[in-house]
Design a protein. Sequence first.
Length: 473
Amino acid sequence: MTEQLAFLDAAEALLGPRGLTRDHDLIEPWLTDWRGRFTGRALAMGSPADTQELAALVRLCAQHQVPIVPQGGNSGMAGGATPDASGTAVLLSLRRMNTIRPIEPQARQVTCGAGVILQTLHDAAEAQGLRFPLTLGGKGSATVGGLVSTNAGGTQVLRHGSMRALVLGVEAVLADGQVFSMLTPLKKDNRGFDLKQVLIGSEGTLGLVTAATLKLVPAVAERVVIWAGLSSVQAARTLLLHCEEQVGEALEGFEILLQGSLDAVMDHVPTARPPLTGGHPWHVLIEVVADRASAETIGAACEAMLEQAFEQQLLDDAVIASNEAQADAFWLIRDSISAAERERGPAVQHDISVPVEAMPAFIDVAVPQLEAAWPGTEAIAFGHLGDGNVHFHVIAPRGTDGPAWHRGDGKAISAHVHDLVTQWGGSISAEHGIGQLKRDELARLGDPVALDMMRRIKHALDPLGLLNPGKLL
Ligand SMILES: Cc1cc2nc3c(=O)[nH]c(=O)nc-3n(C[C@H](O)[C@H](O)[C@H](O)COP(=O)(O)OP(=O)(O)OC[C@H]3O[C@@H](n4cnc5c(N)ncnc54)[C@H](O)[C@@H]3O)c2cc1C
């Protein structure tokens, strides 16, 4: 207690009232994850203005052995930014570090603070005729630090990769207060380990990201958004290969959903309209984009691609969005699936991947297997077929009591899904991370050698275990 007070006094003296608060009303909104699954307590909330202030705070934490839980926009899916219930940790907000350095259009890169919100970054890049090619539903709150630390994905991974492929440099404060500064991007650099990659996806357990240099690409000059109806998920995979063959790299999104998910969105979003007349077992949303060099030819290329797909009976029906508003309306359907499905009652959600070519077979095996083993449940898969990553939700039987079902059948179903994914050589977390949500499942199913390496790296970089304790490992 005296130790904690000594720490708080020293931290307040270091950061001032803007940089450190003990005011419960200010801290409380950040103590629960946005999905409301985890709630914790914190000793105080730190909001340093810059890297040097943060480094000094971290040194103080090390001296007093105070744990640190980093947080960006609190839009994460795995409870990684929520402290535990002990109330001993400092909740570290990186949101004040939100500077974007001037963008040099010719360099096609941007350096920005960890607290920059993804939407703000999109706007800044667009103002220079460029684009940061990663987007996701939480773009209004997710920050650069959070995106780096979770190796976030989204709907453009098919072409541009996840954060790992887009981060050119990282600056981070280590557990002992040293600053790792590798912001200058080098196309070639073989000086040993790629340490920024160790930090990317480490969920705040190895270092506190303060800034990143990110890759930019030319702005989209033209996009073609297509909605197609198909008979099976196998057909969707064949259509994906056809699209890749026909338009190559211009294919930027390929998302699948079931008719049931489309119906759920129609019930949930009053303004939404089904893109096709008549129902189809599966639907696909395709986005093809062109920069200035190929803007004039992309429309014709997509029409030819669809014509051939019809001729080869790869799809049953399709429509090309006739304008930007309709293209946005198609995407709104895709982006509303999670919220619409939530209205249908309690469900367990899984963010899984298997090798891309195996995903249709996986879905065809897993869905009936789960529905048979837990009668009355409904298993649905939707999302990024092109990345071999789907969101695999299992909805409880109608009228089920949520909390009791989650503790019993829900838990057993998740374990079964994770077992199955592991048997298929896949991942129990394709893009949402591990946090505290999947920590025990990673310990149960992770490769023992990989887990041992991770623990050794963690111990080497954070011997006191002060960075985001209880998360990931
Ligand atoms: C509607 C919606 C849709 C989404 N869709 C997707 C999607 O398609 N793909 C996807 O990948 N994610 C998706 N997400 C999840 C989320 O947006 C990402 O995980 C994002 O990267 C989290 O960023 P954040 O700033 O909110 O991080 P937080 O939630 O605050 O933190 C996430 C993790 O990173 C750590 N962390 C945060 N900042 C730092 C830092 N500066 N240094 C070190 N560690 C840090 C935290 O401790 C925590 O472990 C979605 C979220 C929402 C709300």
